[in-house]
Write a protein that binds this ligand. Structure first.
Ligand SMILES: Cc1ncc(COP(=O)(O)O)c(C=O)c1O
Length: 400
């Protein structure tokens, strides 16, 4: 018989009942060091006192009122985002895929309003991940996510990621805009080159296209800047945000310049839950912490140190890892054996990690992680790798 929960996830046989900072305690009584953060979500770690209080206080006042009324918490969160980014205006929603849908709709609508109704297509890149809605599996372009869900939504083209030479040829008279992750996450922690990001801006300016960054995974401090595109010095027209913004409470956002945002007039777009008082109180608290003096400097310091430690993990891994990738606290270790085996071995050492494409072990701890936590994680990685290497050697000996 089918379980009550639909079987669309391959879950580890593990459940957690309590969290504190970067640690999670499972129902089996064991404590796990969390370097997955619920897939780059729990930016302030678990049970952060300020976030817990903000959510509890807001829940006791009013959780939801709908967008039929003003929402002061949402106005404050939008103002904070505007004050600290390129953006002039913010749209709230509930997830990364929904933020990307909003971003794509905004691009199309703005082109339409500007007298270019033919400009409807969005250029995306090979290896992208933009979410699982019908349109976003099209934007993602990976056949593995599309199989059996056809017909695919029309209007998304793909070009090689981080390749400036093939970029221009992918633009057509129907292109409305470009959507790209500054660092591809799901497909294996791959940062775009500076040259590519600059070329994207140049091409968009030349052809009158909108440049959109999917910062769902890279955003809200993950790479050591509030948003990853800041590393590149390239100004987008619009970005999508989700994951870390609510620190575990679901919230997504589309941040845009006035030129785009002004076209989302009343009635053009909407969502019942988007930007409700509870979600925005969570977002305000998370953003307040991340923007507090020294927080992002600390993420950069710890992230840099973690990168150096991971190089050492590779050297000590007995050939299990052969490369480090990423920026700040968005890191990947390229695995030699299948990454699924590595994640399981690492889990045995009570360290939580996430797989990514290209056989990469993804390490995206809460942003409050310390260098000592990173050192501990690295020791566990080395231990897991050495056990795996010994087992592999054993198996090979038996075969020969
Ligand atoms: C870059 C990127 N975009 C979009 C998404 C989809 O976000 P959600 O799962 O919240 O819909 C993800 C999720 O992993 C992501 O990493």
């Amino acid at each position: 018989m089918i379980p009550a929960l639909m079987p669309n996830y391959k879950r580890a046989d593990l459940a957690f009942e309590q969290g504190e900072g970067v640690w999670l305690t499972a129902t089996n009584g064991r404590r796990y060091l969390d370097f997955g953060a619920g897939i780059a979500v729990s930016s302030l770690g678990h049970a952060h006192p300020k976030l817990v209080k903000a959510i509890a206080d807001q829940a006791a006042k009013v959780m939801h009122v709908s967008n039929l009324y003003r929402i002061p918490e949402g106005e404050r969160l939008a103002e904070t985002l505007v004050e600290n980014t390129f953006a002039d205006s913010v749209l709230f929603c509930n997830s990364g895929a929904e933020a990307n849908e909003g971003m794509a709709k905004l691009m199309r609508r703005a082109q339409f309003e500007n007298g270019h109704p033919e400009r409807t297509r969005i250029l995306c890149f090979n290896g992208a991940f933009h979410g699982r809605t019908l349109a976003m599996i099209s934007a993602t372009g990976n056949p593995a996510y599309q199989k059996g869900f056809g017909p695919v939504v029309e209007g998304f083209d793909h070009a090689p990621f981080s390749n400036s030479n093939t970029l221009r040829a992918a633009i057509t008279p129907e292109t409305a805009g470009i959507i790209v992750e500054p660092v591809q996450g799901e497909s294996g922690i791959k940062p775009a080159t500076k040259e590519f990001m600059a070329a994207l801006r140049a091409v968009c300016d030349e052809y009158g296209l909108y440049l959109g960054f999917d910062e769902v995974q890279t955003g809200v401090g993950r790479t050591g800047k509030l948003f990853a595109h800041e590393w590149y010095g390239v100004k987008p027209d619009v970005i999508s945000v989700a994951k870390g913004l609510g620190g575990g409470f679901p919230i997504g956002a589309v941040l845009a310049t006035e030129a785009l945002a002004k076209h989302l007039t009343p009635g053009t777009h909407g969502t019942t839950f988007g930007g409700n008082p509870l979600a925005c109180s969570a977002g305000l608290t998370v953003l307040g912490e991340i923007l507090s003096p020294g927080f992002l400097e600390q993420v950069r310091r710890v992230g840099d140190a973690f990168g150096v430690m991971l190089e050492d993990v590779v050297r000590r891994s007995g050939g299990i890892f052969d490369g480090v990738r990423g920026i700040g606290l968005m890191r990947g270790l390229h695995c030699v054996p299948p990454v699924g085996e590595v994640v399981a071995a690492v889990l045995d050492q009570q360290l939580l990690t996430v797989t990514a494409g290209d056989n990469v072990l993804r390490l995206v701890p809460p942003l409050i992680v310390t260098e000592d936590d990173c050192r501990e994680a690295c020791e566990r990685l080395v231990k897991a790798a050495q056990i795996l290497a010994a087992e592999t050697a054993d198996k090979q000996e038996k075969v020969s």
